[in-house]
Design a binder for this molecule. Structure first.
Ligand code: JHZ
Length: 405
């Protein structure tokens, strides 16, 4: 029942930065499929999780102020709405969310041991393992009553076997418990043409339509969905072991997905055409900047930009380097096209004319932080929702016509 929607040819692992430019990189075709049965959009032929989430994993969610605030607010809301007496977080990363819960009654699961050490040091019992039914049985030996809140942020969409994942949740959720998780939304990805949400780690990009079916066949009932602005448009999903009335906002989202045509193949065929155009537009605009002698760099060495640069064929001729605040990424080379990654202190200076928003999902935070750059004439370029140049003025077409004057 799987239909191929789009293929991104020969992409490297999205977060495997190179320490030496001469290192060779394995690349894979990233095939995105649509399951006509469940309506789930997924990556096929997944790379084994241990290669995607190694013990020196580099993505640290605490690098953005927006996310720090977001998870604090989320934790407060969950405390207030559900009063959980015990909590389990799947994929706790650097502890950005879990730190708002009592370590005596809260447990973490984090397969990347460098991050598992961080939450363990913060006082949370942390299982440095991948989430699956086997682990849920192991945890149950020590926590036989299960948990009132099982939470996961930007994590469930990374898990390839969803039936096993949801069975494991069911196994550890208390009878009054709630399973709350958030991930990028498929409809927002389509509307924004943000094809860079597709990379190896994102085994799926979820619609609520697909999740409802998948949860239900594993004994979990979706009852509410909260739309979120983070990461280019996400959904926070609420499910429990007993069927309860669905909220109006969930019903509205399901209707929007159906009206948009997320259950129809033709919608994805149109999306694939828009992606192809985005690739051509981005390459052409960067080429034009290059021919005019502008210095172009990228801001944020993201997983998303690995897809963009490799898919569009953007190398260090068009973008000189990437700046990123994550120390573990600095001094390395981006996967595939091998753009050097440097700290903002080293690379974001007055010589930069144009910066590509690799972390376009933090546009507001970044533009506020770098307001001086814009005031002195610096420009941004983004491909979301279409290729355009931003700065003291927005240009959609041929910015150099005015800039050259
Ligand atoms: P960001 C990662 O994707 C991987 P990425 C993962 N698979 C996932 O699902 C999402 O996160 C949630 C830097 N930065 O969040 C920090 C600056 O340099 O868009 C990060 O390296 N300056 C788990 O990698 C990167 O940009 C800044 O001011 O696509 C942002 O990465 C800010 C705000 C960020 O996720």
């Amino acid at each position: 029942m799987l239909k191929n929607l789009i293929t991104f040819k020969q992409l490297p692992l999205s977060n495997t930065l190179l320490t030496d430019k001469k290192e060779s990189v394995n690349c894979y075709d990233l095939n995105i499929s649509f399951d006509e049965n469940t309506k789930l959009v997924s990556v096929v032929d997944n790379v084994e999780p241990k290669f995607l989430f190694p013990d020196d994993y580099v993505y640290d969610s605490s690098q953005s102020k927006t996310m720090v605030k977001h998870f604090k607010k989320c934790a407060l809301k969950l405390h207030k709405r559900f009063h959980p007496s015990s909590v389990l977080e799947i994929g706790s990363n650097s502890g950005i969310f879990i730190k708002h819960f009592n370590p005596d009654t809260t447990v973490a699961v984090e397969p990347c041991s460098n991050f598992a050490e961080i939450t363990e040091e913060l006082g949370y019992k942390t299982y440095p393992k991948f989430w699956n039914t086997e682990l849920s049985n192991e945890i149950k030996e020590s926590f036989e009553n299960g948990f009132d809140l099982i939470s996961a942020s930007n994590c469930i969409c990374h898990i390839q076997d969803l039936d096993d994942c949801f069975t494991a949740v069911h196994n550890l959720l208390s009878d009054r418990g709630v399973f709350v998780f958030e991930d990028p939304s498929l409809i927002e990805t389509m509307k924004r043409n943000s094809y860079d949400q597709f990379y190896d780690e994102h085994a799926h990009i979820f619609s609520v339509t697909a999740l409802e079916k998948l949860l239900e066949r594993n004994g979990l009932f979706l009852f509410d969905v909260e739309p979120l602005s983070v990461h280019g448009g996400s959904n926070r999903i609420f499910a429990s072991k007993t069927e309860t009335e669905k909220t109006d906002r969930m019903k509205e989202i399901l209707k929007d997905e159906s009206d948009y045509g997320l259950d129809k193949l033709s919608t994805y065929e149109e999306f694939a055409k828009r992606v192809e155009k985005s690739k051509e537009d981005l390459f052409n605009i960067l080429k034009q900047f290059n021919e005019r002698g502008y210095k172009v760099i990228s801001y944020g060495a993201t997983s998303k930009s690995t897809t963009v640069f490799n898919y569009c064929g953007i190398d260090d001729y068009l973008i000189q380097y990437i700046t990123d605040t994550t120390e573990d990424k600095q001094g390395k080379y981006s996967p595939g096209v091998k753009l050097p990654v440097v700290s903002p202190e080293e690379g974001f200076d007055e010589t930069v004319d144009v910066a590509f928003l690799g972390a376009w999902n933090f546009e507001k935070e970044i533009r506020e932080k770098e307001s001086e750059y814009e005031k002195s004439g610096g420009l941004w370029i983004t491909h979301v929702p279409e290729v355009r140049v931003l700065g003291h003025k927005e240009f959609v077409h041929e910015p150099w016509v005015e800039l050259d004057e």
